[in-house]
Design a protein around this ligand. Structure first.
Ligand code: BJW
Length: 227
């Protein structure tokens, strides 16, 4: 059986990572759409770097740990022979820390930086700013940005995701509001015989696309469903 999982911010919420579209969807008074675009980065690089510096520091805080939902997915992958792919929209590393192996982070990774000139990607745990030197060419400064996918940019691994969606026999979407494309369109790429499950606290615009919508916390419902 071929299994495709899609996760969003809701799976990390109980680990202490804030979701995007909760109570007011603001970060220090800014709509997060205004700090997650290439235009915002051009206009005000300090603001955007600061947004990601704060989130990177928070992710590295010992209090942020994978929860039972991340662990259940990792255990499921390890104990099943099935063809398995975990696509996450999250830029945190909690799936990997929980032990998941086949993870595709389609919106990038907070603990990586990318050179805007050469496209090289580096592991990154420090703050970034306009004077950060390029790791291997220290004479160059200010060319590093977070290795994340902003609005208007191309998500990563789309071809692999499309193939996995077309072939999947089981598709489970966990903790995603289904408003950001192309992730929200994956459910429509699955074949008619694919069993489609949504796990979320609330209904989403995609709920009608699923065979079953399980309402509840990911940390409870994901282990229960996969057991
Ligand atoms: C729980 C829970 C618990 C809480 N248990 N559940 C088609 C139609 C309309 C627009 C477009 C379209 N195609 C493309 C677009 C434009 C745009 C888009 O989608 N805009 C919409 C907002 C309208 N898409 C793009 O620009 C994408 N690129 C693209 O399409 O490129 C094509 C192209 C490019 C260039 C030329 C030509 C073509 C890129 C999208 C990138 C998104 N990036 C972000 C930021 C990443 C970096 C960062 O983290 O800062 O990704 S935005 C943000 O939203 C982040 C997330 O991954 C993403 C999705 O959010 P998610 O994960 O769903 O979180 P929330 O907060 O929204 O929802 C949480 C859910 O969990 C809720 O439902 C809760 O109920 C639930 N929950 N606690 C269970 N305990």
């Amino acid at each position: 059986m071929k299994i495709l999982i899609l996760t969003g911010a809701g799976i990390s919420a109980e680990s202490g990572v804030p979701t995007f579209r909760d109570a007011n969807g603001l970060w220090e008074g800014h709509r997060f759409e205004d700090v997650a675009t290439p235009q915002a980065f051009q206009r005000n690089p300090e603001l955007v770097q600061d947004f990601y510096n704060q989130r990177r520091r928070s992710l590295l805080d010992a209090k942020i740990q994978p929860n039972a939902a991340h662990r259940a997915l990792a255990d499921f992958e390890a104990t099943h022979q099935d063809d398995f792919l975990l696509v996450t929209q999250n830029i945190d590393d909690l799936h990997v820390r929980a032990g998941s192996k086949k993870v595709l982070p389609m919106h990038g990774e907070l603990l990586k930086a990318r050179c805007t000139h050469t496209g090289e990607v580096f592991p990154w745990r420090e703050d970034l700013d306009e004077s950060t030197p390029h790791p291997t060419r220290p004479e160059i400064r200010g060319t590093l940005r977070p290795h994340v996918v902003w609005f208007g940019e191309m998500p990563l691994g789309l071809e692999q995701i499309e193939v996995a969606a077309r072939q999947a026999d089981l598709f489970i979407a966990i903790g995603t509001s289904a408003v950001v494309y192309p992730a929200a369109g994956i459910v429509r790429q699955t074949k008619p015989s694919c069993r489609k499950i949504e796990i979320n606290l609330d209904a989403t615009p995609n709920s009608g696309q699923f065979d079953e919508s399980i309402r509840g916390k990911a940390s409870v419902e994901v282990p229960a469903f996969l057991s």
